[in-house]
Design a protein around this ligand. Structure first.
Ligand code: SAM
Length: 314
C-alpha cells in the first residue's frame, strides 16, 4: 500500500481551532495536530477484525472530540480498535479481556509476515469443510497452538463467519456458522502490514480494563468503549468473551473515569444514550450522536441507535 497523507474526516478538518481546553468547542481538534499521532506518510491503518460495537462509523465524531495534546493514549476495551488504528498514536496502551484478541494484536505486531503466510494457506483451503474443521479445532482444549497459528485462525474465522459476528457462548466456545461470501478478505496483506506498524508502538495488555489503565498519569488520554448499557432488556450483546458487563460494571467504570479525571487524565467514553448512563456521568460533558449500529440479528430492526460520547477533563 502506498503511503498516503492521513486525510481527516470533514468534521475533524473543520474543527481545527488552536489549542483550547478539551471538552469545549474551541478544543476540538484533529489528532493529526497532536504530537502523539503518526507521521502523515504512514499508511492509514484500519481494523483487522470485524467486531460487534466497532467504532468505524463513529470515527469522525470521536476524532472531532479528541484533545489537542496528550502524552500516552489508552484504549482498554480495544475490540477492533478502530480509533487506535485511525489515530496511530506514537505511545499507546491497548487492552482487552479477550485473550485471543490480545494475542492477535501482539502477534501481528511481532510477526506479521508469519501471520500473512498462514492466512494465505487458509485462503487457499477455504470452503465449508475447512471452516468447520477450524472452528472445531479452535474450540478444542486439547489442541495446542503456536501464537501465529492461533492469530491466523482468529482472523480466518472472523473474516469468514456469518455476519463477521465474533460471538462465544457461556462455555467460551466460538459458535458462529459460516457466512456466505463471494471472496472474503482472508489475507489482506496491506491492511495487516499497516496495522503491524501501529501495533509495534503499542503496549498490549490482556485483562480487566482497570488493570490496563492503572499506570495512567496526568496528561494521558484514555478512550473507553465498554460493552454498552442495553437499550432494551434483550438488546445487550456482551458475547465477546464468556463474561458479561452489567450495571455494576457500568457504575465501576464511571467511578474510575472520575478518579482518572481527578488525577489529571483526559477521558473520553462512548455508550448508549440511556437515562442510566446519563445518571452515571453527571458533571461530564455528554454529547448525543447518532450511529447506524447493526447488532440486531433481525435485519429489519437494525436502525440508528442514539449513543453518547462522554468527555471529562480537570
Ligand atoms: C464495544 S467493544 C469495543 C469496540 C472497539 N472500540 C472497536 O472499535 O471495535 C468492547 C470490548 O471490551 C471487551 N471487554 C469486555 N469486558 C471487559 C473488561 N472487563 N475489561 C476489558 N475488556 C473488556 C470486549 O472483549 C470487547 O472487545
Amino acid at each position: 500500500m502506498a503511503p498516503r497523507a492521513r486525510a481527516l474526516p470533514a468534521t475533524a478538518q473543520l474543527l481545527s481551532t488552536p489549542v483550547g481546553r478539551f471538552g469545549t468547542k474551541a478544543a476540538r481538534r484533529a489528532p493529526a495536530a497532536a504530537p502523539a499521532a503518526a507521521p502523515a506518510t504512514e499508511p492509514v491503518a484500519t481494523p483487522i477484525v470485524k467486531w460487534v460495537g466497532g467504532k468505524t462509523r463513529l470515527l469522525s465524531e470521536l476524532l472531532a472530540r479528541m484533545p489537542a495534546r496528550f502524552e500516552r493514549y489508552y484504549e482498554p476495551f480495544a475490540g477492533g480498535a478502530a480509533l487506535f488504528f485511525r489515530m496511530a498514536p506514537q505511545r499507546a496502551v491497548l487492552g482487552d479481556d479477550n485473550a485471543d484478541l490480545v494475542n492477535l494484536y501482539r502477534t501481528v505486531g511481532l510477526k506479521v509476515d508469519d501471520v500473512i503466510r498462514r492466512l494465505a494457506v487458509h485462503r487457499r483451503l477455504h470452503n465449508e469443510g475447512h471452516y468447520y474443521e477450524m472452528r472445531a479445532r479452535w474450540n478444542d482444549a486439547n489442541v495446542s497452538w503456536t501464537h501465529v497459528d492461533r492469530a491466523a485462525a482468529f482472523v480466518y474465522l472472523n473474516k469468514t463467519c456469518f455476519n463477521g459476528l465474533w460471538r462465544v457462548n457461556r462455555a467460551g466456545h466460538f459458535n458462529v456458522p459460516m457466512g456466505r461470501y463471494e471472496d472474503p478478505p482472508i489475507c489482506a496483506v496491506d491492511s495487516l502490514r499497516a496495522a503491524a506498524t501501529v501495533l509495534q508502538r503499542a503496549e498490549l495488555r490482556h485483562g480487566h480494563y482497570r488493570e490496563a489503565v492503572a499506570d495512567a498519569r496526568a496528561g494521558d488520554f484514555l478512550y473507553f468503549d465498554p460493552p454498552y448499557d442495553p437499550v432494551t432488556v434483550t438488546a445487550n450483546f456482551t458475547g465477546y468473551t464468556a463474561g458479561a458487563f452489567g450495571s455494576d460494571d457500568q457504575r465501576e467504570l464511571a467511578e474510575l473515569a472520575r478518579h482518572l479525571v481527578a488525577r489529571g487524565c483526559k477521558v473520553m467514553l462512548s455508550n448508549s444514550d440511556t437515562p442510566f448512563v446519563r445518571s452515571l456521568y453527571k458533571g461530564f460533558r455528554v454529547d448525543r450522536v447518532r450511529c447506524g449500529r447493526a447488532i440486531n440479528s433481525n435485519a429489519a430492526k437494525r436502525g440508528d441507535v442514539d449513543e453518547v460520547i462522554i468527555m471529562g477533563e480537570r
